[in-house]
Write a protein that binds this ligand. Sequence first.
Ligand code: NAD
Length: 314
Amino acid sequence: MKCLVTGAAGFIGSHLCRRLLEQDYDVLGVDMFTDFYPKWIKERNIEPLKKEKNFEFIQKDINELDLKDTLKNIDTVFHHAAQAGVRTSWGENFSVYSKNNIEATQHLLEASRNSDITKFIYASSSSVYGLCPELPMVETSPLLPFSPYGVTKLAAEQLCMLYHKNYGVPAVSLRFFTVYGPGQRPDMAFHKFFKSIAEDKEISIFGDGNQTRDFTYIDDIIDANFACIGKGKPGEIYNIGGGNRKNLNDIFPILEEICGKRTKVTKHAVQKGDVPHTFASIEKARKDLDYSPHAQLQDGLKDEWTWIQKLYYS
Ligand code: NAD
């Protein structure tokens, strides 16, 4: 079976490619190496994959690919390519978000209409809930995105559903909740915290630290993607959370224990677009996908700390 993974050089996409190759799938990876974070990190993600005989890689913008040709012989599409990041999605930058998140998704869906794919798995986000007043967030809860990034992820998710309803594209959306672990993007909180600790620098946080996030370990995210190949129901949306909901202030003692160092935290004003809480109900994913997150936060953070040390300091 052959899979297309867009965003293959990114954090989640590269983990997914590796697991697919381990399970003997043929994989076509696409990534344009956007400059959102250093290219060398993405190259480090993708280089070991390029050595695998079942892996092909195209370095190109999805918007510029001949997608009809790209989708030939593909069974499952994992659409992970996107411009991520809430705080950088304001102002002139928004055009990058609309191009890479909305337009690229529409092009891929349009090409999928006339293809033989059996599943189109879209990497959606908890950011579509935004200021949703219901906790935990259920797939049917109100969608009130609070950042331009969230708006683009929701638009792309809705395009997936439209192409499913109108043209039968077998699209399924997985709403990931704050993903962490080895490979985490440099703009994300744990990556920044660990780097600051390693370099004996202050940790900056935005807000009073009482915001909560449902942290999801990378391996659990990959398990959900796998389960979706066979069990994901076209036209459905699933929350993929980690069951590790924590207040940011409660994270620092854990980091101190892992790193064996004290942290110094400075609090700054809340950033535009940041939401107070995320908390996933994963009952639907449990039922349909047999999804059951295994990782404990402390263990997953230890893995990320080991990776950060190798990435920057060895
Ligand atoms: P990432 O930035 O590490 O990976 C995304 C990759 O997509 C990058 O390597 C980038 O170069 C590539 N890309 C972007 N636009 C492209 C285009 N037009 N053509 C080809 N390649 C393109 O991000 P990630 O954290 O791995 O996120 C993967 C997906 O999961 C994204 O869709 C993101 O919105 C979603 N998601 C991530 C999280 C998280 O916590 N990391 C949470 C919710 C949802």
